[in-house]
Design a protein around this ligand. Structure first.
Ligand code: F6P
Length: 343
């Protein structure tokens, strides 16, 4: 028996831990594992390698993915699907584990539903925006990087009596911003789920100053939007910041507006890809490992079109359809916790 594994979409810490778990679990049953390079593209181009036990030695703590990744979507043209199926047959795959975010898992769902390919999924992304699972792996590491950055920014903000704006990733959700903001003790957290009023942000910062708190930390998610009643971005700025799949720049614009309105010196730090790099936290290593083992078992049980998920403390299988039908927005309770510390 031979199964395949691919990693698709943006990389994140924990991918190698998941690959290692699948290979180790499969090798215990003498099942071969075919690694597919660069996401779906590798299956279309037949760019694959055998993943033996020795191929995964030492990869548990390594960031990124030994398989490479891409955002290639095979469903965009028919020819790709034809080639993908031919290569599936060539390698005689009995099943495929797709380790991906919303994009790769949507393609997995469609290839199972419309082409009956025997696929199971594992949810990964620093954004934690996949429905059906309480957490994706990669998120905990990103939050710990954001927390560390905020801790460091506190001391320089305090020394210079400045406002520090910290722009974080998260795509269309505010999970990283809210968790990072709570853990780092941010004074304001701005998330896509709650369009912000710039007047309120500036009031909070001025009040802090009047109360003797001479510095502040503002965490802003890359897709946070000003409330339409208080829009301060030009059309050009908006188009540059909120590009489809290429967000970034709200921090810079926000910092300029805060400085203009409050007259408090304001600086911006865009954390960017640092949030996706480096070694996974123990939580992410363990979650990725548990997902890898579960995905292997799901293949053995023929649970096609399903995804390994964390519910509470248990790992279970949930339909891919439930996972990709919508984005998992920031939990309102978490936002309320962050909000207690505003100002
Ligand atoms: O989905 C993970 C993520 O890092 C998002 O937070 C971010 O918006 C996006 O990927 C960046 O994507 P890319 O690697 O294509 O620039």
């Amino acid at each position: 028996m031979r199964i395949g594994v691919l990693t698709g979409g943006g990389d994140c810490p924990g991918l190698n831990a998941a690959i290692r778990a699948i290979v180790r679990r499969a090798s215990a049953d003498s099942v071969d594992v075919l690694g597919i390079r660069n996401g779906w593209l590798g299956l279309v181009e037949n760019d694959c390698l055998e993943l033996t036990r020795s191929a995964v030695i030492g990869i548990l703590p390594r960031g990124g993915t030994i398989l490479g990744t891409s955002r290639f979507n095979p469903l965009k043209d028919e020819q790709s699907v034809v080639r993908l199926k031919e290569n599936w047959e060539t390698h005689k795959l009995s099943g495929l584990v797709v380790v991906g975010g919303e994009g790769s898992l949507s393609a997995a769902r469609d290839l199972w539903r419309d082409h009956q390919l025997q696929i199971v999924g594992i949810p990964k992304t620093i954004d934690n925006d996949i429905c059906g699972t309480d957490f994706t792996f990669g998120f905990d590491t990103a939050v710990s990087i954001v927390t560390d950055a905020i801790d460091r920014l506190h001391s320089t903000a305090e020394s210079h009596h400045r406002v520090m704006v910290v722009e974080v990733m998260g795509r269309h959700t505010g999970w990283i911003a809210a968790y990072g903001g709570i853990a780092g003790g941010a004074d304001v957290v701005l998330v896509p789920e709650h369009p912000f009023r710039i007047s309120r942000v500036c009031d909070l910062l001025e009040h802090r100053k009047k109360d003797g708190h001479l510095f502040s930390i503002v965490v802003v998610a890359e897709d946070a939007h000003p409330h339409p009643d208080e829009a301060f971005l030009t059309e050009d700025q908006s188009n540059a910041i909120y590009r489809h799949n290429r967000l970034g720049g709200i921090g810079e614009a926000l910092a300029a507006e805060i400085e203009r309105c409050t007259d408090i010196q304001t600086r911006v730090t865009k954390l960017g890809y640092v949030q996706r790099g480096g070694s996974p936290t123990p939580f992410d290593r363990i979650l990725a490992t548990r997902f890898g083992i579960k995905a292997y078992e799901m293949i053995q049980e023929g649970r096609w079109g399903q995804m390994a998920a964390l519910r509470g403390t248990r790992i279970m299988a949930v339909p891919l359809d439930d996972a990709v039908h919508d984005l998992k927005r920031l939990d309102e309770e978490i936002y309320r916790v962050a909000e207690v510390f505003f100002g």
